[in-house]
Design a protein around this ligand. Structure first.
Ligand SMILES: [Zn+2]
Length: 278
């Protein structure tokens, strides 16, 4: 498995976070040697499973403009791969920072051989023509960008929705974790007795939401469901001592969750760089 950076994007937490007082946010950032706005990582992951090559999430592509995100293909090539080699793309959910990189700046598919797998509930929500003008205060831009990113794959018959806990490619199963979006899913990779869970956007801001899992963000489609999903999953992941990979944890975003007297903390995994078993 290879962690790939799509770059970072600035995030004004005073404007974006909900259910937290500005002073509390600043205090938690100060403890983490950060200040508002923070710089959020956008991570993707490459999985080699037998003869197949799969990407977990596809970055933002050109949607955030020059300078923010959009570096996934360069990272993929630097790791020694080419977009045409990718067989499958597993989207934790449809949001632009995960699906935008499916297409180039002209709306053409970047991964020309790949099949895109994503929770059916996200396809139903983001591609519903009735939602194209926005729905329930949720901005129309999410729906417009989802359409641009996914349509070429849908037209080619290469967009597949999954429902329930289900294998998506060999050694990887999808586990629905709705809340942030209706079809949000984790992907669990199990290989040679080890496991890692790709946890997508169950959290956005490590410095705040590990200590305060009840804090939500404006990107949540259903904030109360996002909050309870986070609290439930953090508890399980900490108890099971699961290795996780997070889309917005600081790159490479791989480590474990530890329960603290209040909330949780993230413990990045030790760095290793040598030949042999990864
Ligand atoms: Zn995201």
């Amino acid at each position: 498995m290879v962690a790939l950076s799509d770059g970072t994007v600035p995030q004004d937490l005073h404007a974006l976070l909900r259910d937290a007082h500005k002073d509390d946010i600043d205090h938690l950032l100060h403890r983490a040697f950060l200040s508002n706005p923070i710089e959020a990582s956008i991570n993707a992951y490459l999985i080699e499973s037998g003869s197949r090559l799969a990407l977990v999430d596809a970055g933002a592509g050109a949607f955030f403009g020059p300078g923010a995100g959009g570096k996934l293909v360069a990272s993929l090539c630097a790791a020694g791969y080419h977009p045409d080699q990718v067989d499958d793309i597993l989207l934790t959910h449809v949001h632009t920072d995960h699906s935008g990189g499916l297409v180039d700046g002209n709306g053409r598919p970047v991964f020309r051989r790949a099949t895109v797998h994503v929770g059916q509930a996200d396809l139903d929500f983001f591609l519903d023509p009735a939602h194209r003008a926005g729905v329930g205060g949720y901005d129309k831009i999410y729906f417009e960008q989802a359409h641009v990113s996914l349509q070429p794959y849908r037209a080619a018959g290469k967009l597949k929705g999954f429902a329930g806990t289900t294998p998506v490619i060999p050694a990887v199963r999808a586990v629905p974790t709705p809340g942030h979006t209706p079809g949000h899913a984790f992907f669990v990779l199990e290989s040679e007795g080890a496991a890692i869970e790709f946890i997508g956007d169950v959290l956005h801001v490590q410095a705040v939401q590990m200590a305060r899992p009840e804090v939500t963000i404006v990107y949540d489609v259903e904030p109360p469901a996002a909050r309870s999903q986070r609290e439930q999953q953090f508890d399980r992941l900490a108890r099971q001592r699961r290795m996780v990979a997070g889309a917005h944890l600081p790159f490479p975003g791989i480590g474990h969750l530890r329960r603290e007297s209040a909330g949780f903390s993230f413990v990045p995994t030790d760095y290793r760089y040598r030949a042999g078993k990864p």
